[in-house]
Design a protein around this ligand. Structure first.
Ligand SMILES: Cc1ncc(COP(=O)(O)O)c(C=O)c1O
Length: 415
């Protein structure tokens, strides 16, 4: 359930017609349902309520501080992958002791920032990163709490660009090499080993790959315990998929049921999960207006949102359902395209699309995750506004960028 429904012939987010928001803030804009965000957060978090755990929302999926603040108020933490995301998480009020930091390319400045912020755990992805973290922590006279991100070589059976747990992917440390690196880490004066982490990919639609990777991770933890290395946190990453089209992903409860039994074997560990898409994906939509239509070799519906606003169709050939804001069953075959000067700029291709005219509003559904957070200014287009709806009220949680914002920080050299 996502709180986007037709009422009296108009598509609503909670109790507000999307046309009313469009009138107030213009288009394009992202709209999120607060009730859906909360509901999805709780569905995931409560699925693990009977075991020690922290739900660290993946900031990369949807990074507006109003949304992070909502999850913080529900007891959530954050999974971050950059200093920028750390800044956002802290500004949103997330407790540093609920922040875990993943990513293959953390800079020294970012490590320093995270050390000084006293986050819960660094998910270290290479021996060089570990050594750099040791040096940086020593210089600051701090101790870095560390988990190694282990690559279990499991096929998540998802899009190649969002598969991360195969041996050929850049992420993590192969299980075979990780044990030796843990032994090295144990000797480092400013490193404290606290966990093992893993994230095999995104938009997984079956539990089998999670189970396969967890089996390997639990075996690995048992080996560490036998070697006298105590592991307090098991970070399973994120990755649970959602329904965009005809997928049938497991519900959070099914996912939890499949792994909880296994987790008894490491009952001393606190579980960390890093969900992103499953919480935010179906809680948001991108609302766009039809600028023009034209018939050529095929029908084109040209809208005011492009690949700079929502990259997923162009980047992954991803499917997003597109609904008319004024309810109608009439459809025609068309490509729904943006204004960007790239043939790859489309929101839908060869689709039975709503029959539209100029100025009609369309809702690009399931755009709450990896939507605004991947937006850019390409073609010098100001980024869209973001709006959060709570029952019959709405709040602009990020203003539409202005033309002045586009050149912020730019300078013409004096001769
Ligand atoms: C390390 C890490 N954790 C969590 C996530 C969140 O994944 P998802 O949005 O599929 O839950 C990602 C995204 O790819 C990730 O790289």
């Amino acid at each position: 359930m996502n709180h986007f429904n037709y009422k009296n012939g108009l598509l609503h987010c909670e109790d507000i017609p999307l046309s009313a928001i469009a009138e107030a803030v213009g288009t394009p804009f992202y709209v999120y349902s607060k009730a859906t965000l909360s509901r999805h957060f709780k569905a995931v978090d409560e699925a693990f309520s009977d075991i020690k755990h922290i739900t660290c929302f993946a900031v990369k999926s949807c990074s507006n501080i109003a949304i992070l603040n909502l999850f913080s108020s529900l007891g959530g933490g954050a999974d971050i992958v950059s200093g920028g995301e750390l800044f956002r998480a802290l500004r949103a009020g997330i407790e540093p002791q609920k922040i875990v930091y993943s990513g293959v390319g953390k800079t020294v400045e970012e490590l320093r920032y995270a050390l000084n912020s006293q986050i819960l755990m660094f998910n270290v992805e290479s021996i060089q990163e570990l050594q750099t973290l040791q040096e940086t922590a020593a210089a600051l006279k701090r101790t870095a709490p560390v988990a190694l991100r282990v690559n279990p070589d499991v096929d998540p059976k998802t899009h190649a660009y969002i598969s991360t747990g195969l041996a050929k992917n850049k992420f993590g440390i192969p299980v075979k090499e990780a044990a030796e690196i843990y032994l090295k880490a144990r000797e480092m004066s400013n490193i404290e080993i606290v966990g093992v982490s893993c994230h095999i990919g995104s938009q997984l639609t079956t539990v089998a790959p999670f189970v396969e990777s967890l089996t390997k991770i639990i075996d690995f933890i048992k080996g560490l315990t036998a070697a006298g290395i105590n592991i307090r946190y098991l970070d399973m990453g994120g990755g649970l998929g959602i329904k965009y089209d005809d997928e049938t992903p497991p519900a959070p409860g099914e996912y939890a049921a499949a792994v909880k039994e296994m987790l008894r074997e490491v009952a001393d560990c606190t579980l960390i999960i890093e969900p992103g898409r499953v919480i935010a994906g179906n809680a948001g939509a991108l609302i766009t207006k039809v600028l023009y239509t034209k018939e050529g070799n095929r029908k084109f519906i040209i809208v005011d949102a492009g690949m700079n606003d929502l990259a997923r169709p162009s980047l992954y050939d991803a499917y997003h359902e597109i609904l008319p804001v004024i309810e109608s069953q009439e459809r025609e075959e068309a490509d729904i395209v943006g204004p960007i000067c790239e043939s790859g700029d489309f929101l839908a291709r060869g689709r039975l699309a709503p029959l539209t005219e100029r100025h009609d509003l369309l809702a690009v559904m399931s755009a709450g995750a990896y939507g605004f957070s991947m937006a850019s200014n390409y073609n010098s287009r100001p980024r869209a506004a973001e709006v959060m709806v709570h029952q019959s009220e709405f709040y602009v949680i990020r203003k539409r960028e202005t033309l002045a914002d586009l050149i912020h920080g730019e300078a013409i050299p004096e001769k």
